[in-house]
Design a protein. Structure first.
Length: 103
């Protein structure tokens, strides 16, 4: 069964940055864009499992710090010419609190 989990205040995620959430399903990286959109991805690049949370956020993408793969934050898909995908999780912000849906 999927449930919404309260995680962190929006202000605790730096703009154009990330924060890691440890769950029973593994580490999830929460990303905040310059437009205050929040996305959640498994904290592993599909290429060599690099920590996406340490990457550079630009627009609605993050660049993996290991080999420069760009990952779309909404879909988890690698941007061309690269191919691969990481898991995504639904997010929402309620009264300034970020929530993710696990399941």
């Amino acid at each position: 069964m999927s449930e919404w989990m309260e995680v962190v205040a929006l202000e605790e995620i730096p703009k154009l940055g990330a924060r890691i959430v440890q769950t029973g399903q593994g580490d999830i990286a929460l990303f905040r864009t310059g437009a205050d959109k929040v996305f959640a991805l498994r904290d592993r690049c599909p290429h060599k499992q690099g920590p996406l949370s340490q990457g550079i956020v630009h627009g609605n993408s993050v660049t993996c710090p290991l080999h420069g793969w760009e990952i779309d934050l909404a879909s988890g898909e690698a941007l061309p010419p690269d191919v691969g995908c990481t898991n995504t999780f639904a997010t929402r912000v309620d009264n300034g609190v970020v929530m993710i849906k696990l399941g």
